[in-house]
Design a protein around this ligand. Structure first.
Ligand SMILES: Nc1ncnc2c1ncn2[C@@H]1O[C@H](COP(=O)(O)OP(=O)(O)O)[C@@H](O)[C@H]1O
Ligand SMILES: [Mg+2]
Length: 385
């Protein structure tokens, strides 16, 4: 247990590889506080920076639905963040402890909770912050007061207004069972606030069904599932879950961000429609989803539209290059590089595999050879180092 002069530390409530969390009382004003301690005797500079960033983002978000960060203190060689305690517990804990009420959650309670969480997420996004780790462990609820708050901005990102996307991540951050396909870093896609909608979908899925979209605990298999597998819809897991509610969750879990909801307000509107129907007629009929889903963020789709002629020209060129040894046809480094770096690559990759070597791999090989001043190879051959 840690010891601080200004806080009486009471109980430990959580321990992970990175953090220790305690409940305590601020001796000056007798308020309840939460202490989050970076659990390292000798934390690295990067770990300290990340904790400082967590404090900076949390304390800058002055929102009712975001936990308040009161202060940050050095403690021995590590750091403590002092947070608000509003008597809540994480949804994860509540699901584990009160089996009857939270596993699975009654529909009306789920809808009320889901509306609150979605609204908070919308406010966080409006402040240009992507949470990046939405899951039941990072949503805290006080069932007695009905208050809900989002915590743990440990891997969150604040984005500039002008360019609200992040480049394709090269390390996997987040909680794997809830992580979006693009956040796995294996999708050649940049990241934006819609990553949180996927994790929100996985969270809703669990609240409704007591199951995860993908139940495997194997990390690589989970990543594969998020990228390539369709989860069973909540209404297939439990036929009592209305199609409309199930549809909302499945839309959030779409692999492509473009096919998800584009705004928290659009999600909230559909959840509110479900709740209104449930309250008025005790059932929820199907209705067209996302009719109020208008994003205030400018997004350039990462999919290519209306470029069929160019795609065909490039594919034809690729086939020509692939089927000849003629260096002139290959066209030298510039063309190969253009082919390789263009976003059309994502279209070509699944379409063109020649002689068993995927196209991008082949193109990479060609570039490698050209860089070494060697003639390019036929598409079936592999690079020799
Ligand atoms: N303000 C809080 N109120 C209640 N519980 C909290 C609070 N902050 C953290 N916790 C508990 O501690 C756990 C871990 O906190 P979190 O900030 O998510 O740490 P980590 O970065 O290790 O995931 C949460 O899942 C929750 O159970
Ligand atoms: Mg957490």
């Amino acid at each position: 247990m840690i010891s601080l002069s200004s806080i009486a530390v009471k109980t430990e409530i959580y321990e992970s590889a990175n953090s220790l969390v305690y409940r305590g009382i601020n001796k000056h004003d007798n308020t309840a506080v939460i202490l989050k301690v970076l659990k390292e005797d000798y934390p690295t500079k990067a770990e300290l920076t990340r904790y400082k960033q967590e404090y900076e983002i949390t304390s800058s978000l002055n929102l009712e639905g975001v936990i308040k960060a009161y202060s940050q203190q050095d403690y021995q060689r590590t750091l403590v963040i002092i947070l608000e305690d509003f008597g809540g517990e994480s949804l994860q804990k509540l699901m584990q402890e009160s089996v009857g009420k939270y596993r699975p959650m009654p529909l009306s309670e789920f809808l009320c909770l889901a509306i609150k969480i979605t609204e908070i997420l919308g406010e966080i996004h409006a402040a240009n912050v992507i949470h990046k780790d939405i899951n039941p462990g990072n949503i805290v609820s006080n069932p007695e007061t009905g208050q809900v708050k989002i915590i743990d901005f440990g891997i969150s990102t604040r984005l500039p207004r002008s360019n609200p996307t992040l480049k394709n991540p090269n390390i996997v951050e987040g909680t794997l069972a809830y992580i979006s396909p693009e956040q796995t870093g294996r999708m050649n896609r940049s990241l934006d606030y819609r990553t949180d909608f996927y994790s929100l979908g996985a969270t809703f899925y669990e609240l409704l069904t007591s199951k995860l979209p993908f139940e495997t605990t194997d990390a690589m298999e989970l990543v594969h599932c998020h990228i390539a597998k369709q989860p069973l819809s909540p209404s297939r897991v439990n036929p009592e879950i209305p199609q409309a509610v199930s549809g909302i969750v499945m839309k959030l879990l779409a692999k492509n961000a473009e096919e998800r909801y584009q705004s928290a307000w659009g999600i909230k509107a559909d959840l509110e429609e479900c709740l209104a129907q449930l309250q008025h007629k005790s059932t929820i009929s199907e209705f067209p989803l996302a009719s109020k889903d208008i994003s205030d963020k400018f997004q350039i789709p990462q999919k290519l539209y209306g470029r069929e002629a160019e795609v065909q020209t490039l594919l034809a060129a690729f086939e020509r290059v692939a089927s000849t040894r003629d260096r002139e046809t290959v066209g030298g480094q510039k063309n190969v590089e253009t082919l390789h770096t263009t976003s059309l690559q994502s279209k070509i990759t699944p379409l063109a595999t020649t002689g068993g070597t995927p196209a991008t791999q082949w193109l990479q090989n060609q570039r490698h050879l050209l860089q070494r001043g060697e003639p390019p190879q036929r598409s079936g051959s592999k690079i020799q180092n």
